[in-house]
Design a protein around this ligand. Sequence first.
Ligand code: SAM
Length: 246
Amino acid sequence: MRIDILTIFPEMFRGPFDYGIVRRARERGLVEIAVHDLRDFAADKHRTVDDRPFGGGEGMVLKPEPIFRAVEHLLGEQFDRERAAVILLTPQGRRFTQAMAAYLATRERLVLICGRYEGVDERVAGYLATHELSIGDYVLTGGEVPAMVIVEAVVRLLPGALHRAESARRESFAAGGILDYPQYTRPAEFRGLRVPEVLLSGHHAEIARWRRRMALAKTLRNRPDLLEKAALSEEDRQLLEELRDM
Ligand code: SAM
C-alpha cells in the first residue's frame, strides 16, 4: 500500500510514523507513506493555498486548485476508484470506524487531504474525494491528527503488520462488534487488588467464557449502542439478560 498525505504543515508528521507497528510495517515494505506540502502545488509565486469564503464570513478556506492538482499528480486524472481512495478529513464526514479501516486496508493507494482554517472548498468533497471522513463528533483545528489516526488504524490491519493477526480479529469492534475483554498482568495482587481467580486457574474454557461475559458487560456499560448491531450467539444473549438483571 502507498499512502500520500496532503497538508500545509508537513512538519507535523515528523515522528508519528517512526514508532511501533507503523514503523515496522514501513521497514518491511508493507506500506510507503509520503507527506506532501500542499503549497508545492500552488500556481502562484506566493504559493497561495487559501482564500476568503464567497458569501462572506470569517476565516479562510483551502482553495480547490492546489488540491486537485496534487491528487491528479499523484493518481492521474482518471484514477481507479476500486484501487485508490481519496479521503477528505472533515468533521462533516461519515464517522471513521474499524469497519472503514478494514475496508481502506484493502486499497492499494490512499490519499489523505488535511483541511485547515474554515475547511476546504466544497468542490473537493463533491468532485474529487471518494470519501469524506470524520474521526469523531468534535472539531479540531486541522486534518493532520485525523490523518495520523487513520494511517495508524489502517496500517496495523495490513497483512503481516501485527505479530499475531488474531489479536486484530479479537479486538474491540472486531469480535462480533463488541468491546474487547479486560486484560490483567503481573502482579496477581497489587495494593490488595487481586486479579480475577479464573485467569490464574489455567482452565481455558472457563477463561474464554469469563472473557466473553466481561466483554459483554463492558459493552453494556460503556457502549450499549454497539449491542444493537452486534453478532451475538444465544449464549451471549443469555449472558446479557443476566447482566441486565444485576
Ligand atoms: N468549519 C468546519 C466545520 O464546522 O465543519 C470545521 C473546520 S476545522 C476548524 C479545520 C479542518 O480540521 C477541517 O477542514 C478538517 O480537515 C479538520 N478536522 C477538524 N475536525 C475534524 C474531525 N472531527 N474529523 C476529521 N477532520 C477534522
